[in-house]
Structure formats: C-alpha cells, structure tokens
Design a protein. Structure first.
Length: 244
C-alpha cells in the first residue's frame, strides 16, 4: 500500500459492507455526545469556531459525514504512520494538539491500534486551528521531535498534559524528558522549518471536507469529531469484512 520514496495517492470507494457499517455508525452517533471544533467563515470573513452540538432527535448526529466524492489523501514518507503501513484499513486523522476534543480522541485511536494490531494503520496529519494559539507552535515542535525519531512519543506526551501547553517551558520540558538533543530541537523550532508542510496538510484536509478537528478518514470515509470508540470499530469491522 505504501512504497518507499514514492508518493501514493489513496482513492477510496465505498462497498456494500462499508455502507452498512456507515449506517450503524450513524445510529451510534445519535446516542453519543460528540466533540468537534469547527472553523467557519463569518459574515465579515473572520474565522470563527463552534463546538458541534450534542445530537438530538431534531438535529440527528453531526457525524460521520459522507463526502460527495471519495477522499484523495496523499501519504508519503514524511507522514507519521502508527501500526502496519500495509494494513487493509487506513485511518488518516487531521488533528490539532491544542484541541480538547483531539485530546479526548487520541486515547481512542491508541486503543484501536492496540485492539486491531496489523489490521490497521494510523496516519497523523496536522490541522492547527487559528483560534488555538499554541496549536501551530506545538505542531512545529512535533515535527522537530520527529527529526530525532520521537514524533509519536512527543504527541502522546503533549496530549497527556495538554492543559500545560500555555506554559512557556512545557514544550522544552517534553523534549528534555524524551532525551532529545535540545540544541538541535530549539534550532529547528525557532526556524519554523516545517511550517509549509503543516500548511500543506491543512489544505489537503480542507480540500477533502475537513472543517475542524478531530477529523478521521477510515478508508476514505470522513468521521468528524471525538466519537465513541464503538462508532469507529463498527466502520473498521465493516471495512475489514469488505476487504476479505
């Protein structure tokens, strides 16, 4: 599924099993309280956000949402992949390290990786929201940690203590705990070396229907919000059944 030194464009289509799984996921979504931070354009053109409403009999579940066309997501060697990169089910998450709902969603994704093992892959992409002042600095720092082979460890640590992101020395403290070369880390962060990469990932998400975080594509199907684990496992199980 993934090849070294080559960009791979994944275009997913839905099959009968997946549609059934999506219907189940929608039903489960009505029962759950979903968290999602959304970017939208106001009348003045300013970027604003809102928390997705709790599902009700009147509004229905705001997630998962079916895109009008299959998602086209590029996965390259520069992306961060947890699990089996050749897995039949690929979960591509667009996330914001300051988003409280992303923090809630992160342990759910970890649990799925532990549960399904080699059957799934988790690809992390950045989507820092403009109203989160620490989101971009944290994203840049995570990429600098990746230079020293510690992307996932850094991300796990930040989400575990997310309320501390506003503390001036928190990012450096995480880097020190991970035993990073602090001189190289600081130089990388201050240069904003990965700003273009992060912006490109955010644009990719927007082009595929992402308008907030967390947003997770399961084999191309967009699920918006910090949904209950059961919602995701229903879709994963349906996708695995369709892959047989």
């Amino acid at each position: 599924m993934f090849h070294d030194n080559k960009e791979v464009t994944l275009t997913f289509t839905l099959n009968k099993h997946f549609v059934i799984g999506l219907a189940i996921g929608l039903a489960l979504g009505i029962l759950g309280t979903l968290g999602y931070q959304r970017v939208s354009g106001g009348a003045s053109g300013a970027r604003t956000f809102a928390t997705a409403p709790t599902p009700s009999a009147n509004t229905g579940a705001p997630t998962p949402s079916a895109p009008s066309a299959p998602a086209k997501l590029s996965i390259t060697d520069s992306d961060h992949i947890r699990g089996n990169k050749n897995a039949p089910v690929v979960m591509v998450e667009f996330s914001d390290l300051e988003c409280p709902f992303c923090s809630r969603h992160h342990p759910t994704m970890q649990s799925i990786i532990n549960k399904y093992g080699d059957k799934v892959a988790w690809v992390y992409k950045h989507y820092p929201l403009s109203f989160h002042p620490q989101a971009m600095p944290a994203a840049l720092a995570s990429e600098c940690a990746s230079e020293q082979g510690k992307f996932w460890e850094f991300t796990d640590a930040v989400f575990a203590e997310q309320p501390r992101l506003s503390e001036p020395n928190f990012i450096k403290e995480v880097a020190q705990k991970l035993k990073l070369n602090i001189s190289k880390f600081d130089s990388c962060v201050s240069s904003q070396k990965y700003k273009d990469k992060i912006a490109a990932q955010q644009q990719e998400g927007t082009s595929n229907g992402v308008d907030g975080t967390p947003a997770t594509f399961i084999n191309g199907q967009l699920v918006s919000g910090a949904v209950p684990e059961a919602n995701l496992t229903q879709l994963i199980d349906a996708a695995l059944a369709g892959a047989k």
